[in-house]
Ligand binder design. Structure first.
Ligand code: MG
Length: 256
């Protein structure tokens, strides 16, 4: 996630570079799968951070987020009304919570970035709907990310999917290009107009990451100056994949 700013330039990757990102993505997917198994009532978010560090190290990768612009942990754990950038620590998860696990893996100088949201124990039907809609919005965005399409097609697909299910899309934080840098151009908003924006080309690699809120789209910053909260305190969910634009369907680099 990154705050909105002007576009500069877009780096198209070679097949060799994408191969490294594919390996980073494969490692990342395995790490997230390991983390998901640890999510249960009674576990702390700090324990999840430790699991991520251990699982990344085991596979020869390092956490992309540690120290990024001063971020104090290795992963982001955002619970309930926390949208993104939750800082792992002593918080104990309880049944009924939902948690977004956002992890970045760096391998041989390239990054992969992915996130999932899941329930802790049994969660409400409303929370389940929010999670399903957010996952579906990501899938809709990926499906639109075709060679020759416009970036706005991706943004509009995500927004339409989310809003048709009566959820709102966060405006202040967006997806991004990714490669040697965790955050590269272009920015990938989760809202927009089909047919507008840059042309997508084979070799572009991007992290799509819809953040959907149960209430209003507006957010506010927590006192720790990192964690983004929904302005109305209602639930938020977040899914993310790193993808590569190909000649046909996009390749999901962070798929297990
Ligand atoms: Mg990201």
């Amino acid at each position: 996630m990154q705050p909105i700013r002007e576009e500069i330039g877009i780096i198209v990757k070679s097949a060799q570079e994408i191969a490294v990102m594919r390996e980073a993505g494969r490692i990342l997917a395995a790490v997230i799968a390991a983390l998901v198994k640890e999510v249960r009532p009674g576990v702390t978010t700090g324990e999840l951070d430790s699991v991520a560090v251990r699982e990344l190290k085991k596979r020869g990768a390092v956490a992309s987020f540690k120290g990024y612009r001063g971020f104090p942990a290795s992963i982001c754990t955002s619970v309930n009304e926390e949208v993104v950038h939750g800082i792992p620590g002593g918080r104990v998860l309880k049944a009924g919570d939902i948690i977004s696990l956002d992890v970045g893996a760096m391998l041989n100088g390239f990054h992969a970035d992915a996130a999932v949201t899941l329930g802790v124990g049994t969660i409400s039907a409303d929370a389940q709907k929010l999670i399903a809609a957010t996952k579906g919005a990501l899938e809709a965005g990926i499906a639109a990310a075709r060679n020759g399409a416009r970036l706005g097609d991706v943004s509009a697909a995500i927004q339409a999917y989310a809003e048709s299910r009566n959820f709102s899309v966060v405006r202040e934080y967006v997806g991004h290009g990714i490669g040697r840098d965790l955050h590269e151009d272009p920015q990938v908003p989760n809202f927009g107009i089909a047919g507008e924006g840059i042309l997508l080309k084979k070799g572009m690699t991007m992290a799509l990451e819809p953040m959907l809120n149960a209430g209003v789209w507006r957010t506010r910053l927590a006192d720790n100056k990192w964690t983004v909260l929904t302005a109305d305190g209602k639930l938020s969910a977040h899914f993310e994949h790193t993808i590569a634009i190909t000649e046909s369907v996009p390749e999901i680099l962070t798929m297990l």
